[in-house]
Ligand binder design. Structure first.
Ligand code: 26Y
Length: 810
């Protein structure tokens, strides 16, 4: 672990493995050489952890997720091992800065946003708690696209993150599994005269696992993330080849490898594609086979007792097909009867829902399902028949209810409802914040809640404090640890000890200095990315997240235009200087979201070029927002925008990262904002907007025009937008977006929350002007963020759902 040993290995890998002679930090090789050096140091711990899990022979959990938004791994690994200083020292001997080397690592962007990043935070906390939890996902060749902004428009570029290799992973080809698609089902009698089912003439694909180490925080634990990569079962078809068609012979290989080629974007337009169903089955089948194989290997070839030793957490409905696949494996491959197999499924599977938006609930057309997975469709029909029997015993004659609850949606084109399959097959169903879980019970899953109230529970999300405070905000971490010790890194509740310091002028000054330094660093990054130079003395008002109408970046823009208007008309003298920063990716097929990006860019351009705004208002669109960007952004934010329409954001996790780093939230009563407000108290939170219930009742006869007309400020904002002021030489490009919030069918009710949002923003200004008050609020936000650690979240999952014994490797 000492600097000399690190330096020696680093040089070895750099020169002998990568064959590089001259030291460069603008290529990934030095960074990769350091990864190998550190990976070596994890390897023994990794083995010891696996041995400890095997010896304990306890229950294990498998986190099945189509997304793991890991970001960079090197800094976190150094931090977990406690070898940051020694590595920095080793590099120093070469005249290289550690930060440069860390910056050369590519993000592993195997996820869209919140759901994928949550999975990554969960893995960190499980390793830190010593919980035997393994992540199972897909090793996409291309992760989340890279975003470039050209003339204000989003351009997507592929993310070839594997191009120079991914030095963290270890290929384990000996554990490859065969995944069978298509074909037809056959029924036969086995040697005991029992009816059995099987598949014939399938198209087979190989699933090859690649393991990534997940180090716990200074506890000797290294858990595993297992990512499956698709490959053809034969490199090519020899018969075709011999028949003279070389290209056709290679085609099958392409088709197979397509399965793990690219991450799907999270829009309704992208759901329903056959390739995505293939991906889902690929993940579910490979992971379940892996688990069954491993169990039998360790238990003398038998599956007896399986239900006591494993459980599966489904990250949303994306891997829900695992319910049917586990039935198939247990019955068709391992000879179990229905009741025994179903008993195992229902005592090992748990499901987490991450969205209330009905359009995000996946369903599959029955014909597509039947063609791709004929045996699974039969199994789903059988599950459904038995389930609907149960429903009709409970509610005799209630046919409407049967139709509502059926796993098959029979209205129009018949479709398989994956969320219902997940609920029926699980022993636990949870939402991701108190409010979200309540809305699931009362709305989306009401019928199921009435049938099985005990299945339903809440597990409020969190974020890992290692990445999202300790490692990304080293200045604040040092300040905090200097005052209260460093126990907070694994016991985040200890931040409470900062509360008594909230009014201490000396502490406030140090706190403010840290924030300023972080803002300087972010300003440099923004200058490099956009050419725009932000003044770090300004209030940094930040909204970064996926661009989606329900998240209401539009409302944020309306406020920006209003501030611009106030200053222009000479009513802005009371406004303290502010920099509005908005970032995020729009799904490639989401036209309105792309229009919102264009609007942000155009408004920013006008504001930044108006001399009257100088020193008072700045605005920037932050391009290519991703995990690594957030590591620079959240330590530098003063104000955190969490402004979704109430009832739409399941939880949010960016809100927690900002809070931990001392940003104050301006937000609606939505998702985890409710719990943030509760934790920090209303004097330390800028609350605005209609509640879920109010939104619902407003919907009846919603009239955005009435809000606009009744409000002079709003009228002027709309007037400016409609005058073409922000699209002088691009007539019409913003029309759809400007029309959206004025449409009576606007589901996001942006206009209804305009006034209360503006008023809340003026309360922000008042607080900002009183530096001591702001510092106090900022300190208290950090101090009260303890419950939003994923250590707490994972403890809750473990207490109520998984019931695993932590392991301490020797
Ligand atoms: C249908 C398919 C293409 C699809 C793919 C990805 C649908 C949805 C998603 C991603 C959803 C997602 O990221 N949901 C977010 O989960 C976070 C973690 O629980 C929440 O904090 C956040 O509110 C929610 O929007």
């Amino acid at each position: 672990m000492d600097a000399d040993a690190i330096l020696s290995d680093l040089t070895h890998y750099y020169t002998r493995m990568y064959g590089r002679r001259t030291l460069r930090t603008d290529t990934p090789f030095l960074s990769q050489a350091l990864v190998h050096t550190i990976r070596d140091r994890l390897m023994e711990r990794w083995n010891r952890t696996n041995i400890a899990f095997e010896r304990a022979d306890g229950r294990r959990a498998c986190y099945l997720s189509m997304e793991f938004l890991m970001g960079r791994l090197l800094n976190n690994a150094l931090y977990s091992l406690g070898s940051t200083d020694e590595s920095s020292h080793a590099l120093g001997l070469l005249g290289v800065e550690l930060e440069k080397v860390l910056d050369a690592e590519r993000d592993a962007g195997l996820g869209n946003g919140g759901l994928g990043r949550l999975a990554a935070c969960f893995l960190d906390s499980c390793a830190t708690l010593g919980l035997p939890v393994r992540g199972y996902g897909i090793r996409y060749h291309y992760g989340m696209f890279r975003q470039r902004i050209v003339n204000g428009f989003q351009i997507e570029e592929p993310d070839p993150w594997l191009r120079e290799g991914f030095p963290w992973e270890i290929e384990r080809s000996e554990l490859a599994r065969t995944i069978r698609f298509g074909g037809r089902t056959v029924t036969f009698r086995d040697e005991h005269g029992r009816t059995r089912h099987g598949l014939e003439d399938t198209h087979d694909v190989l699933a090859i696992p690649f393991d990534v180490p997940i180090p716990g925080y200074r506890n000797g634990v290294v858990n595993t993330l297992r990512l499956w990569s698709a490959a053809a079962t034969d490199e090519f078809d020899l018969e075709e080849f011999n028949a003279g068609s070389y290209t056709e012979a290679v085609e099958a290989k392409n088709e197979a490898e397509n399965i793990s080629m690219v991450l799907y974007p999270n829009t309704a337009t992208e759901s329903g594609h056959e390739l995505r169903l293939r991906q889902q089955y690929f993940l579910a089948s490979a992971s379940l086979q892996d688990i069954l194989h491993d169990y039998r290997y360790r238990h003398g070839g038998s599956l007896a007792g399986l239900e006591d030793k494993v459980c599966f957490q489904l990250n949303d409905t994306h891997p829900a097909i695992a319910v049917a696949e586990l039935m198939r494996l247990l019955m068709d491959e391992h000879g179990m009867e229905w009741d025994q197999a179903w008993g195992i499924v229902r005592s090992t599977t748990a499901y987490t829902n991450h969205t209330l938006l009905p359009e995000a609930l996946e369903t599959w057309p029955v014909p597509m399902f039947e063609k791709l997975l004929p045996r699974l469709l039969e199994i789903i029909y059988e599950i459904n028949a038995r389930f609907l029997d149960e429903v009709s015993i409970r509610w005799p004659g209630d046919n409407a209810r049967l139709a509502r609850m059926s796993l098959i949606d029979e209205g129009g084109e018949r479709r398989v409802r994956m969320a219902y399959l997940a609920i029926v097959g699980s022993y636990s169903v949870n939402g991701v914040a108190e409010l979200h879980s309540r809305l699931l019970r009362e709305g989306l899953f009401r019928d199921f809640y009435e049938l099985w109230p005990d299945k339903f529970n809440n597990k409020t999300n969190g974020v890992t404090p290692r990445r999202w405070l300790a490692a990304c905000n080293t200045r604040l971490a040092a300040l905090v640890s200097g005052k209260i010790g460093d126990g907070w890194v694994t016991k985040l509740d200890q931040l409470e000890a900062l509360a008594p310091l909230a009014d201490d002028a000396g502490f406030q000054a140090s706190w403010r200095a840290v924030k300023l330094a972080n803002k300087q660093r972010l300003a440099e990054d923004i200058k490099r990315r956009t050419g725009i130079e932000l003044d770090p003395a300004m209030l940094f008002d930040v909204q970064v997240k996926r661009i989606h109408e329900y998240k209401r970046q539009l409302l944020n823009v309306l406020h920006a235009v209003h501030m611009y208007d106030l200053i222009r008309r000479g009513d802005g003298d009371e406004l303290p200087p502010r920099a509005i920063i908005i970032g995020g990716k729009a799904a490639p097929g989401y036209v309105m979201a792309k229009g919102i990006i264009k609007l942000i860019g155009n408004v920013a351009r006008v504001i930044n070029n108006d001399p009257a705004m100088a020193g008072r208002l700045q605005m920037v669109f932050y391009p290519d927002y991703n995990v690594s960007a957030m590591e620079k952004i959240c330590p530098a934010a003063d104000l955190s925008e969490q402004i979704s329409t109430a009832g739409k954001e399941a939880s949010g996790t960016g809100n927690m990262k900002f809070m931990m780093n001392g940003a104050i939230t301006i937000g609606t009563l939505d998702g985890a904002n409710v719990e943030i407000l509760e934790a920090v108290g209303d004097e330390n939170f800028f609350l605005f907007g209609h509640t879920v219930e109010e939104v619902a009742s407003l919907r009846e006869n919603y009239d955005p025009g009435a809000y606009i007309n009744a409000d002079e400020d709003f009228r002027r904002v709309v007037g400016l937008l409609e005058s073409g002021h922000f699209c002088r030489f691009e007539v019409g490009v913003l029309d759809a977006v400007i029309g959206a919030f004025q449409d009576p069918s606007d589901p996001w009710m942006t206009a209804a929350d305009f006034r209360s949002f503006i008023d809340a923003q003026r309360r922000v200004d008042e607080a900002w002007k009183d530096t001591a008050r702001w510092d106090r609020m900022s300190i208290l936000n950090s101090a009260c963020s303890g419950r939003f650690s994923t250590d707490r979240t994972m403890q809750d999952y473990n207490d109520d759902i998984w019931r695993l014994e932590p392991v301490e490797p020797g």
